[in-house]
Design a protein around this ligand. Structure first.
Ligand code: ADP
Ligand code: GLC
Length: 474
């Protein structure tokens, strides 16, 4: 099949979080299974752009409302990523260093989506499916069906819309209506939710099929979807949960060049210890004690606001028998608190505030436990990376975390699960982790070995998407 993925991020070209990881991995596994896969994202000014060879494949002109723009599309020449990687540039809008966070993000992603449709409209053939990811691409299924300029050629191309995170919806006021390409005005309701233009809702309503990145998340969205609960209930007939996988080539402790000592399940205890010593040395922690780490965006969704109290509470309650390490960036007040705490708890706690891809690999390898007290977690990749590196996940039972981590109290359980995103539940789980670390060494070693063998690779889920696409072929 021929598949076109459209997204805002794709690792290693541009990554802010898990969306980037997924859009860098799923297409690779689909291509390996014999499909013809293309990915297009905006051409941000990231390192990958300058370090690779590109060819110009298309140029065109479009407009958002009265504003005309010229766009160009380049393609990576060597199939380096295992699929065809395209970047779309719009001078003045997309040529920025960061992916998100600009005042004109609405206009930037609107222009990107219009340009992608314009490009598709110029193809001599029809692709088998257009697969859009998250709200930055949610208007594409709508434009393909109802925009006057595109609908004739594009309306019968199947679209799949994957929701990685329904917290962010790309809302814009109806004042911005004039920026949209002319469309069948009878269909304006497809864009609307609560008197706003809502690109996420538009994607859900207009796409042929909707998927979420885990089964449990799809269930949860019917009662907790940042205002879209009724829509998820209404559209349940065309919605499915397909669990994310991980790229086991990149995330492989046996070959990972970003860690100090490579290891497999046979030598997991020794291998992890060498990485732990490096990590502990670097952050002034004690390698004799368990290291519990957190990696992620410092936002309420991830329960990051609970960390300061949970860490100090656990350090007092368990007499400093533990080490904590945080790698993250996000809300400024949390960044500040988590940075300042290292003076107060020197020797027991440390943090790196910022984004650091190589360090994340060393933390997955050198930690004993990975804490994820998420309030909302559509899938979560960190717990799967942790498992792959023999690090025991301590997760709140929510969304994809519930679908991928089995508590050690269950038959063949290999992790620690707790129910509430609260300081108390985290602290209680830390107690369970300590008990495992100090008193049940054999079970702890077994869990590390066992967790490394769990298959979270993309093979199965990539095939589930293919089956879904095939079901849409007329
Ligand atoms: P989300 O996409 O909601 O942030 P995921 O668990 O799906 O959460 O994916 C997060 C990804 O981003 C993982 O690859 C994780 O290792 C990475 N990550 C998050 N924060 C950082 C950071 N500060 N430095 C390096 N990698 C990070
Ligand atoms: C989102 C979600 C995260 C998920 C990722 C990839 O950012 O917050 O849970 O793993 O997308 O699908």
């Amino acid at each position: 099949m021929e598949i076109l993925h459209v997204a805002a991020e794709c690792f290693p070209v541009a990554k802010v979080g898990g969306l980037g990881d997924v859009v860098g991995a799923l297409p690779k596994y689909q291509a390996r299974a014999g499909h013809f896969v293309k990915v297009i994202i905006p051409m941000y000014r990231t390192r990958f752009l300058y370090e690779n060879q590109w060819e110009l494949v298309h140029e065109g002109g479009q407009h958002i409302g009265p504003y005309h723009f010229h766009y160009s599309i380049i393609k990576e020449k060597t199939n380096k990523l295992g699929f065809d990687m395209y970047l779309l540039d719009i001078h003045g809008l997309l040529d920025r260093e960061k992916v998100y966070g600009y005042q004109d993000d609405t206009e930037r992603f609107l222009a990107f989506q219009v340009a992608v449709c314009d490009w598709l409209n110029k193809w001599q053939h029809k692709t088998d499916v257009v697969h859009c990811h998250d709200h930055h691409t949610g208007l594409i299924p709508f434009f393909m069906k109802y925009a006057l300029e595109f609908r004739q050629k594009l309306s019968d191309i199947p679209t799949v819309f994957t929701i990685h995170n329904a917290q962010y919806q790309g809302w814009m006021s109806w004042d911005k209506y004039y920026l949209l390409p002319p469309f069948d005005t009878w269909k304006w309701g497809m864009l609307d939710w609560d008197n706003m233009i809502n690109p996420l809702a538009a994607g859900i309503k207009s796409a042929w099929r909707v998927t979420t990145v885990s089964h449990s998340y799809l269930d949860e969205l019917k009662s907790n979807a940042n205002g879209l609960e009724k829509l998820f209930e209404y559209e349940k007939g065309k919605s499915t949960g397909i669990l994310n996988g991980i790229d086991t080539q990149i995330w492989n402790p046996e070959t990972d060049s970003l860690i100090v000592s490579n290891y497999n399940e046979e030598i997991v205890t020794e291998g992890k210890l060498k990485n732990k010593k490096e990590l502990a040395g670097h952050f002034g922690l004690d390698p004799q004690k368990p290291i519990i780490s957190f990696i992620g965006r410092l936002v309420g969704e991830k329960g990051a606001d609970l960390l300061p109290d949970a860490i100090s509470h656990a350090l007092y309650q368990y007499n400093g028998d533990i080490n904590f390490l945080v790698l993250g960036s996000g809300e400024p007040h949390l960044e500040h608190t988590l940075h300042e705490m290292k003076h107060r708890f020197s020797g027991f706690y440390n943090s790196y505030i910022g984004y650091h891809e190589p360090l994340s690999h060393l933390i997955y390898a050198g930690s004993d436990f990975l804490l994820m007290p998420s309030r909302v977690e559509p899938c979560g990749l960190n717990q799967m990376y942790a498992l792959r590196y023999g690090t025991i996940p301590m997760v709140r039972s929510v969304g994809g975390l519930k679908d991928t981590v089995k508590d050690m109290g269950e038959w063949q359980g290999f992790g620690i699960r707790f129910h509430q995103p609260s300081v108390w539940d985290i602290s209680y789980s830390v107690g369970r982790a300590l008990d495992l670390y100090y008193n049940r060494k054999e079970q702890f070693d077994w869990m590390k070995k066992f967790s490394m063998q769990i298959d979270h690779s993309w093979d199965k889920s990539a095939q589930q998407y293919i089956d879904l696409y095939k079901s849409l072929k007329s």
